[in-house]
Write a protein that binds this ligand. Structure first.
Ligand SMILES: [Zn+2]
Ligand SMILES: [Zn+2]
Length: 260
């Protein structure tokens, strides 16, 4: 018994030394404080939905001088998030404005450069942060027949092509809030991991074989693909006059990852 105890203390001593060494190393090479926010799309689904690790959610909304989202759209978007996540510490929206950025249309690399320069909210402690940029320029991927309304490009990063949304709804500006909300909620659905983004959804059968990482259910929010929107899709959305809700299969996926 005695020797077992001695062995135990010896082992404890070794682990303490090991831990101390590890800390020293950390001081010499400080970890990138933004590293938690530079992961692949869909990998933070559980962290965003549940309160297992992160009890609070901060959403930083960065818009430019010329293009800002409608306040009612932001409120509706907030309600959408509140309906799905467990965050007993609350959800905080931080709205900021920056000057219009030059050089549009923007490549995704340029959008990432803006994030590097202008994002101020990062995941820290029990507090997870999401960044959304409302771009004053369109996407460089746009063609004559299709446009990109928004893109979720990292675990907690989204761009909304606000100028594109405003151009599309120019003749019917009353449709702008509908397009804003649909795009915001759809892209947030992607950072929630929909559909089957990390190939780990329990209902993976509802991933659309014709549109990867989107939902096969036509009435669902995640059916609408905001990255390659053509005229017919827009006409359909506008004819409905309402933001498509998540269908029961997508909601079940979120619940399986700790969401409501
Ligand atoms: Zn999409
Ligand atoms: Zn769905």
């Amino acid at each position: 018994m005695k020797s077992v105890l001695r062995l135990f203390f010896l082992f404890l001593g070794i682990s303490l030394i090991f831990v101390a060494c590890k800390d020293d190393d950390a001081d010499e090479n400080p970890v990138d404080p933004t590293a938690e926010n530079k992961k692949a799309l869909g990998t933070s689904a559980e962290d965003l939905l549940s309160d297992d690790i992160y009890t609070k959610l901060r959403v930083e909304l960065v818009s430019t001088a010329s293009f800002q989202p409608d306040a009612a759209s932001i409120q509706a978007f907030r309600n959408f998030i509140e309906e799905r996540v467990f965050k007993p510490g609350g959800i905080q929206f931080i709205e900021r404005q920056i000057p219009d950025q030059a050089g549009a249309p923007f490549t995704l690399d340029e959008i990432k450069d803006f994030e590097e320069e202008f994002r101020t909210q990062y995941t820290v402690g029990n507090d997870i942060a999401v960044y959304i940029f409302f771009s004053n320029g369109s996407s460089s991927n746009d063609t004559q027949s299709t446009v990109t309304l928004g893109t979720a490009y990292r675990n907690t990063s989204i761009v909304i092509y606000q100028k594109t949304l405003e151009i599309i709804t120019q003749s019917e500006p009353q449709l702008l809030p509908l397009l804003e909300q649909t795009t915001l909620e759809h892209e947030f659905g992607h950072i929630f991991g929909l559909v089957n983004l990390q190939n780990d959804d329990i209902h993976s059968v509802h991933e659309d074989p014709n549109s990867a990482k989107h939902c096969v259910v036509e009435e669902c929010l995640m059916y609408f693909d905001a990255t390659n929107v053509g005229r017919s899709q827009l006409t359909r959305l506008f004819a409905k006059g309402a933001v498509p809700p998540l269908d029961p299969l997508c909601i079940a996926d979120l619940q399986a990852k700790g969401g409501k």
